[in-house]
Design a protein around this ligand. Structure first.
Ligand code: PMT
Length: 408
């Protein structure tokens, strides 16, 4: 098992070449470099002369701790063929921001600055995040170049829509650095992850059970834990389907199916699990629903006190019966955590169960951290410290990956 995954940090030690070309959004490349470094990647920055007009090489050197590549004719370190050496060492090359002319240069095999030179010399995955005015992006020449590069396997990240430097509103903004980093993780996961070729289904959020057209019975689940597991599975190379009731921003490169009630989640989980390898039920599923939801809003003045009769919902995870599927349950408890969790592990037919004390202020519902114990069907219990929900996902998937490897 790779140590970079154990620490929940899939970019640790990965070598990313960040090509920066001349655009007003160069300032965002500084944040991007910083985020990649914080994610423990080794980052080498290559700049065009135009990019260096917007942001100095010194800025990138200060952030990455490494000398940026700028001048093709000035020896860089020990290597005479610096671009070839850089291209060979990289795990991934990312050009952000990428101007129309850089996209054109790469599409047509021109190599007259350090960025296009390295892009031409490398065989590793190439991600391109364009930034330009919307008219330039929509121009037939740029679109033809984009198509050509996409056909050759280059992955485009954006551009995003919104207000541009010209004052125009349209497509052409550099995608936000946080999302670009997610795309880098996802791409490297597909290259090197231990869940490549696996289909992982994750549920997130709490169900809403209608009382009448305006009211529902719900719970406090925000969906954060499920989304974090989905992102972690994606970063390990899995094909991920997230079945969610939550309105959070969808994680890039994860297929999200929006549901609300228990009945909708039940149907979506049954369908998605066909042929899948893993089901992680992080959702806070509604155990009960009103027997007879009203067709019209219940009027306080007319109805007076109201009694709502509830009926039990089917157990979703227990009813999934897909051969070879590794089922992972959660248990959100307010008391007798370990006893209840152990009982649920068996009752749900799960291989693993994540026991979650939801009374602590820094764990459970709606916060970004969690403190859990992972139980397994062999009697093991792994008590984890407080950590981010993404790291919980990584630790859980370490266990899932072991189970999948055993079953081979
Ligand atoms: O979404 P967040 O705000 O990030 O919060 C995360 C969380 C606290 C919701 C999450 O970590 C968690 O604990 N999820 C499980 C909540 C829950 O419903 O626990 P439970 O003990 O009621 O259910 C046990 C397991 O059976 C769960 O995996 C549940 O998804 C599943 N279940 C429950 C009832 C039912 N009818 N069908 C089910 O499949």
């Amino acid at each position: 098992m790779s140590s970079r995954l154990l620490r929940g940090q899939p970019l640790a030690g990965r070598h990313v070449v960040l090509g920066v070309t001349g655009s007003i959004s160069c300032y965002k490349a500084v944040e991007l470099a910083s985020r990649l470094v914080q994610a423990e990647a080794v980052v080498d920055v290559a700049l065009t002369a135009h990019a260096a007009e917007f942001v100095t090489p010194l800025t990138f050197r200060s952030i990455t701790g490494r000398e940026p590549y700028l001048d093709m004719f000035r020896p860089h370190g020990e290597h005479g063929e610096a671009h070839v050496e850089l291209a060979r060492r990289a795990d991934l090359m990312l050009i952000a921001p990428a101007t129309a002319s850089t996209i054109a240069r790469i599409a047509h095999g021109l190599a007259d600055d350090f960025v296009s030179l390295t892009a031409l010399a490398t065989t590793v995955p190439l991600l391109v995040a364009p930034a330009m005015d919307s008219q330039m992006w929509e121009h037939a020449a740029t679109q033809a170049n984009r198509t050509l590069l996409a056909e050759r396997g280059v992955q485009f990240v954006g551009p995003a829509g919104g207000r541009l430097a010209s004052g125009r509103v349209g497509a052409g903004r550099l995608v936000e650095p946080a999302e670009i980093v997610e795309r880098v993780k996802a791409r490297l996961g597909r290259e090197h992850g231990d869940l490549v070729g696996r289909r992982v289904i994750v549920t997130a959020g709490g169900n809403r059970e209608a009382i009448d057209p305006v009211r529902f019975i719900g719970n406090h689940s925000s969906g954060k834990q499920g989304y974090a597991i989905a992102a972690a599975a994606r970063d390990r190379g899995a094909t991920v389907t997230l079945i969610s009731t939550a309105g959070l921003a969808p994680p890039p490169e994860v297929d999200v199916i929006a549901v609300s009630s228990h009945a909708e989640m039940f149907a979506a989980v049954q369908a998605a699990c066909r042929g899948a390898d893993v089901l992680v039920m992080a959702a806070a599923v509604a155990d009960y629903r009103p027997v007879a939801p009203a067709d019209h809003k219940i009027k306080r003045e007319r109805a007076g006190d109201v009694t709502i009769e509830l009926t039990q919902n089917a157990d979703i995870i227990a009813s999934v019966d897909e051969p070879g599927l590794v089922k992972v349950a959660f248990a959100a408890e307010t008391d007798d955590l370990m006893e209840n969790a152990a009982r649920k592990l068996t009752a749900k037919g799960a291989r693993l169960l994540v026991a979650n004390d939801v009374t602590a202020p820094d764990a459970g519902f709606a916060v970004d951290t969690n403190r859990v114990t992972i139980l397994d069907d062999r009697g093991g219990a792994d008590e984890l410290a407080l950590m981010s929900k993404y790291d919980v996902g990584m630790r859980l998937l370490d266990r899932v990956a072991e189970l999948l490897a055993e079953a081979r």
